[in-house]
Design a protein around this ligand. Structure first.
Ligand code: ATP
Length: 247
């Protein structure tokens, strides 16, 4: 089967340091594919290259059959590749509903020149409400985004990414900064996203990864040392030695 996302021989250097080292990776349509690896393995660097924030020095990125290596971020979003940010990009003073409505409007193009073609106000807010429902924030519609709990803000960021109607979602540490209880409460939500679209998940929380992912790729020193199902990865001797510290 043709992968939805394919990375071929990707290289990214920072001076003398090779952060992405001839990396190959294929993500199939519909799967929840997780990337794990020790600190400094190159996970963030990799996600930046896929989303378009950082150019690789070598190699190519193919999305849905198209070489996107040289495309800017906004064009990747238009092709259906969206990212939820580890750094928050919500409008803190605006309500949850308005944040989502703005994101939906952005997809339709907010230029005045094209205002006639833009979505009607009722359709805009209907879609924003549906998104709020999907991310579990339908009871917080009128709350200023800045007043949300940390976990709720992370979900709002996911909602903003979903407003672009992605085919594939890059989820960069959705559980970052959360306690075990809050993390667990987000699991069903991430699971339901995985049933609707292709997800590439970078996450430190191993419990989350092993429960949610269809396949896991293990990144060590900028290279994928293994890809497999959670069961395969758990029992892979090379992974246990390089990552989990086994002898
Ligand atoms: P963590 O799990 O700690 O977030 P990571 O797997 O996301 O780590 P990266 O942040 O991608 O790893 O870093 C990979 C390597 O590249 C590390 O050695 C890091 O120090 C280095 N690095 C990352 N960004 C830069 C930069 N802007 N300039 C120089 N070196 C960098």
């Amino acid at each position: 089967m043709t992968p939805l996302l394919e990375l071929r021989g990707l290289v990214r250097r920072y001076g003398g340091l090779v952060a992405t080292d001839h990396l190959d990776l294929a993500v199939a349509e519909g799967e929840m594919h997780a990337i794990i690896g020790p600190n400094g393995a190159g996970k963030t660097t990799l996600i930046h290259q896929i989303s378009g924030g950082l150019a690789p020095d070598e190699g190519s990125i193919v999305f849905h059959g198209q070489d996107i290596t040289a495309l800017p971020m906004n064009e990747r979003v238009r092709l259906g590749l969206a990212r939820s940010y580890q750094i928050t990009n919500i409008f803190r003073q605006c309500t949850v509903l308005d944040n989502l409505a703005l994101a939906v409007q952005a997809r339709h193009g907010s230029s005045m020149r094209f205002w006639r073609a833009a979505i009607s106000e009722s359709a805009l807010f209907d879609e924003a409400r549906a998104l709020a429902h999907k991310i579990g924030l339908d009871r917080r519609l009128e709350a200023p985004a800045g007043s949300l709990a940390h976990g709720e803000q992370r979900m709002l960021e996911v909602g903003l990414a979903l407003a672009t109607r992605p085919r594939m979602l890059l989820l960069d540490e959705p559980m970052a900064g959360m306690g075990p209880k809050e993390s667990r409460s987000l699991m069903p939500l991430i699971q339901s996203l995985g049933q609707e679209l292709t997800v590439l998940l970078v996450e430190h929380d191993m419990e989350t990864v092993f429960q949610l992912a269809d396949r896991i790729s293990v990144l060590v020193s900028g290279r994928v040392i293994a890809t497999g199902t959670p069961g395969e990865i758990r029992h892979n001797a090379e992974v246990r030695k390089a990552y989990l510290g086994d002898e």
